[in-house]
Write a new protein. Structure first.
Lengths: 521, 547
């Protein structure tokens, strides 16, 4: 693939003092709408080079870069919001540190301006951070010809720019929450499969203390807890019925999930081998049966999960995926019209597009981002009600996180953060078992994960979510270790029920929300 | 003192304070409520993750702790009205979110408290913030006068802490708001305080390139266990100074003096040969360390007069044995009311120190005599505890001990101080150095160490810190953080011309004093701390010449 243009090289200046790595050995490009696309971008210690932008005139680059004092995290350089263009011939070299700082400083300015329109003003602490980022950015610009000096100053600017960026979003969110008041229309939930993993009474006691929303998982096979349909047609409802009744009797809103998830570990061979027509027949029967089983008792059903070119074990084409999703939504609507239909999506920054991967499978067609997928669904008239976004710690800061979520507003549906989670860091047990050992990489966000940091991230994400009226839920996944999808990512350290720091923080946060005057309907 | 759970403490103390906060206020910034004859109460509003506060202590105007009737109960830290007329500070270990779980001192902004304080009910969070903000202002002004120009970051942190503190101080009537502001002020102040020290140190190092002899050393006892030659090769890459340990009795190492007067020189002589080959200056240590764990029964049983005789013989034997190969000796270790198995009085200790110094000088007129001291903030004095023993008299801090020696005219050459990671920030370390520098002696930082990870099991079986405890400094220990701490304290020490030696204690992770405290792992592979120290020494042109 070639565009017949020159190359753009972003040269890193390694000013970090730690052992690294400081730059990940791959990167990806995004378009002007911040959707990733496949390009020939490569990242080495010598620089990040792109010579073919897949036909896009304007683009940004995304690198995982170690900002000591903040984290080894993905950051976008987009030329301060103006985006880059390939030179017509030859090569052009830019200072990576400077470009990252420029982009973050410029975006902070834009976000400040946007949020000020809500009557919010930054605190003096935040103004100080912004001033530092701006000041070092100016200094870096003044030493543009001295790449080392420029890189060092830009890196300091970037550090404060990153800190300021998160603080801008969080201060604004807290302002918005205070102004708007307590929400009746927000769910703080969690997946409920802990029910199968610990003493039932202890589970219910701990769970109901915390959450007002629960998802009940129906993986056909899972290998780690009760399979739902190990043989085609032999669905196992009993335990899930019991869980459903227990949760509903405690006034917890329940969502079922998923009706379709063709992921590598949850797709039985009898399903994997089906043709497209076979899939359609199965989907129709399965959806009717499962949705019908619970009737209108469910608040919502997650109709498809990770279908945007990620979990696609049946190797459907993009058009087939749209049609299967349409079919599933229509059957669900026909079966239980008042139950909302949710489209769940993972990998929200869609790095997989550059890697050309659908889980372990090689992609067989140009891939879509989750945003592009749900937009196509909406445009195709697929009847879904809720846009779901999984937001496990995304190797992005909180500012990137909420800005990405904001993109989904124009889909016109309420948003649920369907699965969120972050680790509490290694424990003696996880080190011994090898499930989660001590990382030899630089820490990814603020410091190596620990229980307090897990709580910090949760509080940040839930605060952002609660402040946005278009986000209706944020659901933690999972509840109890060592079974958590994110190793040591549970609220509880073990099935014995020991509470992590996140429990107190979650309760305190909810209590503060509850103490606010009621928001206007 | 009563030990109470964090949860109940939090609920009880915070709620009671909030309730009291509704009492009418006597003027803005004035006392919340004046109740003559009341005890002085410092009400803590701890972070939810902070372990229960079970201990707090008072220190005098010299920062020397003293045993007192201060207690921690459901109201907080309670200083009884009858504490006496002296001025004091209140000290406790305190978790500051985004900084660490460190010892802090509330000293009323440098003015200290008295038992007749006009405001008997105080918010501990606010008092901690007040003390740090005030200290930073005074230190910053002093350093600026000495020529340091601080970065925008320092100014930002400094300004933010001052402004937040001022806001907090205006909101004492609203404890929840006051505490939220004070906590942020304190976190900024602590970060500012450390940066102030580092920028001052780096500025001084750049301005005054040192040309004197500075020793960068390490302890060599692990040579006994070295599993490969890599250990010895790595060691000599960094150091121009080394200590050789002579504990009379030990459970981990070959006994040095299994029976009185019967010395096992073998391995020590081997180490001397190895170090001498690389022209590494050697310090012998210790001549005397009367710690319960290294004192054999035959020595424990001695009377004071017998101890004196032993001291003379032993000092002479060790110093004479090595002759010119070892010209520096740690005369006593931790004798300032910590390692005192014979429970000697202050006067008896002074007499022994004098005797040992004299005997060493007689054995070698050119010997450099070092007095080594531990526990530099002397929390033990407030607890009334010596090493594994209850005290039977008021205990002294190392500073008081050194003052007593100076007053008694005891002659020695070098003041030694151990500063393992002290659960204190760099600003506290800098203040400690200033207090010790007042004695006018060259200072050796005799033993330093910090862990590179506390949550991983050490192969040699060392015990880990509880995982639930908040991190002590910046984050939980990891190899990068150990390297950061090393870099920062070495920078601080090297910037002080009166500090002549800096010695990391555990070279390897094998059988370390500090869990995972080595610069190299058990297999002698270097950690980040090793590389960081090499880079620092290279910058300072202090790396030993290769041989």
């Amino acid at each position: 693939m070639t565009t017949g243009k020159g190359s753009l090289i972003f040269r890193p200046v390694f000013v970090q003092s730690g052992r690294g790595p400081h730059l990940l050995d791959w990167a990806y490009a995004t378009d002007a709408a911040w959707d990733s696309f496949y390009s020939d971008i490569v990242a080495t210690r010598e620089g990040v080079t792109i010579t073919d932008a897949g036909g896009r005139e304007k683009f940004g680059i995304n690198v995982r870069w170690n900002v000591e004092g903040f984290g080894y995290i993905f950051i976008t350089a987009d030329n301060g919001g103006e985006f880059y263009q390939l030179p017509s011939t030859g090569s052009r070299t830019l200072n990576l540190n400077f470009e990252l700082a420029k982009s973050r400083v410029a975006r902070n300015r834009r976000r400040l301006e946007l949020h000020r329109q809500d009557g919010w003003n930054p605190s003096r602490e935040l103004e100080g951070l912004i001033g530092l980022a701006e000041g070092y950015y100016r200094d870096a610009g003044g030493h543009f010809q001295e790449s080392e000096r420029c890189g060092a100053l830009a890196q300091t600017s970037l550090l404060y720019g990153m800190r300021a960026g998160e603080m801008i979003e969080l201060e604004h969110a807290r302002h918005a929450i205070r102004r708007r008041g307590a929400r009746k229309d927000f769910f703080a939930g969690c997946d409920a499969r802990g029910y199968f993993q610990m003493d039932v009474e202890l589970f219910l006691s701990r769970f109901t203390e915390l959450f007002d929303y629960a998802t009940i998982t129906h993986y056909l096979i899972s290998g780690v807890f009760e399979d739902f349909e190990p043989e085609e047609g032999k669905t196992q409802f009993d335990l899930r019925d019991a869980l459903f009744r227990q949760l509903r009797s405690r006034n917890i809103t329940v969502e079922g999930r998923p009706l379709w998830w063709s992921y590598k570990t949850t797709t039985p061979d009898w399903l994997r081998s089906k043709t497209y027509d076979g899939v359609r027949k199965y989907v129709e029967q399965h959806v009717r049966k499962v949705v019908g089983h619970y009737g209108e008792g469910m608040y919502a059903w997650e109709v498809v999960n990770e279908f945007h070119d990620w979990a696609n074990e049946c190797r459907l084409t993009p058009d087939q995926i749209i049609e299967v999703t349409r079919l599933a939504c229509e059957v669900a609507r026909d079966t239980a019209p008042r139950v909302k239909r949710l489209i769940n999506n993972c990998a929200p920054f869609a790095e997989y597009v550059q890697l050309k991967k659908m889980t372990d499978l090689d992609a067989t067609h140009p891939q879509r981002t989750p945003y592009q997928f749900v937009k196509q669904l909406a445009e195709a008239g697929v009847p879904f009600d809720i846009t779901g976004i999984q937001m496990y710690f995304p190797y992005r800061d909180l500012a990137d996180t909420i800005i990405l979520i904001e993109k989904f507003r124009d889909i016109g549906r309420p948003i649920q953060l369907t699965e969120v989670g972050a680790s509490a860091g290694p424990s003696e047990d996880s080190i011994k078992s090898g499930k989660l050992t001590i990382s030899q990489e630089p820490y990814v966000w603020h410091r190596p994960w620990d229980e307090e940091l897990q709580a910090d991230w949760m509080e940040g994400l839930y605060t952002l979510a609660y402040s946005k009226p278009y986000i209706e839920a944020a659901n933690w996944y999972d509840f109890v270790d060592p079974y958590s999808w994110i190793p040591n990512g549970g609220f509880l350290r073990s099935p014995k029920g020991e509470k992590r720091a996140i429990v107190d923080r979650f309760l305190k946060m909810k209590s503060e929300w509850k103490s606010l005057p009621r928001a206007a309907e | 003192m009563d030990r109470i759970s964090r949860r109940s403490f939090l609920k009880q103390s915070a709620l009671s304070a909030v309730a009291l906060g509704t009492v009418p206020v006597a003027g803005r910034g004035g006392p919340l409520y004046v109740l003559p004859g009341r005890d002085l109460v410092f009400r803590p509003y701890p972070h939810p993750q902070m372990p229960a506060m079970a201990f707090a202590y008072l220190a005098d105007e010299q920062e020397d702790p003293f045993k007192s009737s201060v207690r921690v109960d459901r109201d907080g830290i309670v200083v009884p009205r009858d504490i006496g007329s002296g001025k004091f500070s209140v000290n406790a270990r305190w978790y500051v979110r985004d900084f660490g779980y460190v010892w802090l001192s509330a000293d009323n902004g440098g003015r200290f408290y008295t038992s007749d304080d006009a405001v008997p009910d105080k918010i501990l969070n606010l008092e901690f913030a007040r003390s740090r903000v005030t200290r930073n202002a005074s230190v910053r002004a002093r350093y600026e006068k000495e020529g340091t120009v601080f970065s925008p970051e320092v100014i930002h942190l400094f300004d933010a802490s001052e402004e937040l503190f001022e806001d907090a101080a205006k909101r004492r009537q609203d404890p929840a708001r006051c505490v939220a502001l004070a906590d942020r002020a304190l976190a900024h102040a602590l970060r500012a305080g450390e940066r102030i020290e580092l920028e001052k140190a780096r500025s001084d190092i750049a301005r005054r390139r040192r040309t004197d002899d500075v020793y960068f050393g390490c302890e060599t006892r692990q040579y006994v266990w070295a599993k490969s030659e890599e250990f010895t090769k790595r060691f000599v890459e960094l150091f121009n100074f080394a200590t050789i340990t002579h504990y009379v009795w030990d459970t981990w190492y070959p006994l040095f003096e299994p029976r009185e007067g019967e010395y096992q020189w073998g391995i020590k002589d081997d180490i001397v040969r190895w170090l001498s080959h690389y022209d590494i200056t050697i310090q012998g240590r210790p001549l005397f360390w009367f710690h319960p764990t290294v004192t054999p029964e035959w020595l424990k049983r001695k009377t004071f007069d017998e101890v004196k005789q032993y001291v003379e013989r032993h000092a002479h034997a060790l110093v004479s044995h090595y002759g010119e190969k070892i010209r520096q000796w740690e005369i006593v270790n931790e004798f300032h009311d910590w390692a005192n198995i014979h429970n000697l009085s202050e006067a008896q200790i002074t007499e022994i120190v004098r005797l040992a110094c004299t005997a060493a000088r007689e054995a070698d007129p050119g010997v450099v005599r070092i007095l080594n001291n531990c526990c530099p903030w002397a929390e033990y004095a407030a607890r009334g505890r010596m090493a594994r023993m209850d005290a039977t008299r008021p205990l002294r801090s190392p500073r008081r001990f050194l003052q007593d020696l100076a007053d008694a005219g005891v002659e020695y050459d070098v003041l030694g101080i151990q500063i393992y990671f002290p659960q204190r920030d760099l600003s506290d370390i800098a203040r400690l150095l200033e207090r010790l520098a007042a004695f006018g002696k060259p200072i050796y930082i005799t033993e330093i160490g910090a862990s590179s990870k506390l949550t991983a099991p050490a192969p040699s079986g060392a015990v880990n810190a509880p995982q639930e405890e908040p991190y002590a400094w910046h984050r939980h220990w990891d190899e990068e953080l150990q390297a950061d701490w090393l870099e920062q304290v070495y920078t601080l020490y090297y910037s002080k011309p009166y500090i002549k030696a800096i010695n990391w204690y555990d070279f390897s992770d094998f059988r370390p004093f500090i869990v995972n405290g080595g610069l190299v792992r058990e297999d002698a592979s270097p950690k980040q701390s090793f590389h960081r120290l090499a880079a620092l020494l290279n910058d300072w042109k202090m790396l030993p010449a290769k041989k």
